[in-house]
Design a binder for this molecule. Structure first.
Ligand code: ADP
Length: 512
């Protein structure tokens, strides 16, 4: 293209020269036009080339910039790649830590816990050699795990750590220490790295709250990307996990042992209680049988005593002097009391042994209360006592009429006995729809019962030890019999009392 232009330009120049020399002015004018045209064309071309050159320069600059940016991108990419690799390594370390933690949680003994550090976990942590051991003392060490290390090397390292007091140092300052052969100036550390055959390593102590427990040494055969802090952090977490696992195992063992002990004791006590219960049942039966037999045997001679006493008293065998009559009356009275006592004893024994069962049926309340009132009326009148009942609309009660009469006559007789003249006695019945039962309360304004006597009140032959009580005759069996009868009805009996103010005996009877 440039050669053609040059030829045109030369031709135009030659033509102009020739025209200037030989041709007329018209042709010269034409030649001049051609010449100027050619020059203008050439100038335009020159401008065009200059512009192209400028664009070329710009292009060159842009290309250089692009090149620089591409290099930067590649450098950043390499950096990112490295960081990514490091992150991956740390992530897999953390995952391994997590898995190890889970395995440690189910381990029970320190030896078992220390043996859980396997080759895969060590590799995931980015290390190639590992030594983990238990320290019975600050100067003793037993390796539990040796990975990537020959038995000879591990034995040498053990001796070295003990002899150079490095072990003691680690156990008293358990925080992980990063060792690097290219930067450490400590001769002991250098030698330790040489013994392990690695350029970098981390050493740390395992120290739970109870005291120094073990030592961990992790080595890396390739230098790779050195991250001392990251390694130290990782090992710190690992040794912490080991320490916590050991603490938990100790706690678990303690709890397990005390639980076993407790279970053993409970079993022992249960056996003892079962044996005691069997013996008690046997004894109770023997007691009931004995009481029953003795009572039976006593009843016949007692009836004879009573019979002969009344025969003598009737004057059939001759008139008796007044003092004799009085003594015979006393014999009769005591015989009656003894008969009552024996009858009560017999009944208690019979109910306990199940020989007397409760004939439960619906009893009309009014009728029931009238019968009781008839029995206690003379005693009430004798002491001028006020007696009233409140049945709260209750029409019938469920139970053995005869046995329940004995209970309420007994409770009311007691109330009469222990209430001074002109006192008040009240019997109140209430319905408890929720519990499906009836509650009866017999309240008096008598002497009351001291609080220390209340728990013993329903025991055989128990009588409160106060002066008022001593003057009143009694057997100490009435309340026992009442309790047996109420319990045979699946009911309950209890007492509330305020000494000097009065007592309330409470009876609960189920209504179904
Ligand atoms: P006792 O034949 O002695 O009355 P109980 O078994 O009926 O036998 O009563 C036992 C003891 O309970 C009595 O000796 C008395 O001390 C005390 N007691 C029973 N009821 C009353 C009451 N209403 N007020 C005060 N003390 C009572």
């Amino acid at each position: 293209m440039s050669m053609t232009l040059l030829a045109i330009w030369i031709t135009a120049l030659l033509t102009t020269i020739l025209l200037t020399l030989w041709i007329d002015w018209k042709t010269r004018l034409l030649g001049l036009f051609v010449l100027f045209g050619s020059l203008t064309y050439l100038a335009a071309k020159a401008e065009h080339y200059r512009r192209q050159l400028t664009s070329l320069h710009r292009l060159q600059n842009a290309y250089d910039q692009l090149d620089r940016q591409a290099k930067l991108i590649i450098r950043t990419d390499i950096e990112l790649h490295r960081t990514q690799e490091e992150l991956d390594r740390r992530l897999s370390s953390l995952l391994s830590l997590h898995q190890l933690g889970r395995q440690l949680r189910v381990s029970l003994r320190p030896e078992e816990i220390f043996s859980k550090l396997d080759a895969a976990t060590v590799t995931n942590f980015g290390f190639s050699k590992s030594l983990l051991g238990l320290c019975p003392s600050l100067n003793d060490l037993e390796w539990c795990t040796c990975l990537g290390v020959t038995p000879e090397t591990s034995a040498n390292i053990r001796t070295y750590l003990i002899e150079k007091h490095l072990l003691k140092n680690i156990l008293t300052n358990p925080a992980p220490t990063f060792l690097d052969i290219s930067s450490t100036t400590h001769p002991l550390q250098r030698q330790l790295l040489e013994l392990l055959g690695v350029p970098t390593a981390v050493i740390a102590g395992v120290v739970p709250h109870a005291g120094p427990l073990g030592c961990l040494l992790l080595g890396r055969t390739h230098r790779g990307l050195i991250q001392p802090r990251a390694d130290e952090e990782l090992v710190a977490i690992l040794t912490n996990q080991l320490a916590i696992a050991v603490e938990n195992s100790a706690l678990y063992e303690e709890t397990w042992l005390s639980q076993r002990k407790l279970e053993h004791k409970v079993q022992e006590r249960t056996h003892e209680l079962a044996a005691a219960n069997t013996a008690l049942v046997r004894l109770n039966k023997a007691k009931s049988d004995f009481v029953s037999a003795v009572s039976h045997e006593l009843r016949t001679p007692l009836a004879a005593i009573k019979g002969y006493a009344s025969l003598l008293n009737s004057g059939q065998y001759g008139a008796l002097a007044k003092p004799q009559q009085e003594r015979l009356a006393k014999i009769e009275k005591h015989a009656d009391l003894l008969t009552k006592l024996i009858n009560n004893l017999l009944d208690i024994a019979r109910i306990e042994s199940g020989r007397i069962t409760m004939q439960r049926q619906w009893i009309p309340v009014e009728e029931f209360l009238t019968t009781i009132h008839e029995v206690i009326q003379p005693q009430l009148e004798a002491k001028h006592l006020h007696y009233d009942t409140d049945i709260d609309g209750i029409t019938q009660i469920l139970g053995d009429s005869q046995q329940l009469q004995r209970v309420f006559v007994n409770l009311l007789s007691n109330a009469i006995k222990y209430t001074p003249e002109r006192g008040h006695i009240r019997m109140r019945w209430q319905r408890d729809l929720e519990q499906k039962c009836l509650r009866a309360a017999i309240t008096d304004t008598g002497c009351g019962i001291p609080p220390e006597d209340l728990p013993k009140l329903f025991q055989e032959f128990y009588r409160a030890n106060d002066p008022v009580n001593q003057q009143i005759r009694g057997t100490g069996l009435g309340l026992v019999l009442a309790k047996r009868i109420i319990e045979a009805h699946n009911g309950q009996i209890g007492v509330e009392s305020h000494p000097g103010k009065g007592s309330t005996f409470l009876v609960t009877l189920p209504m179904e």
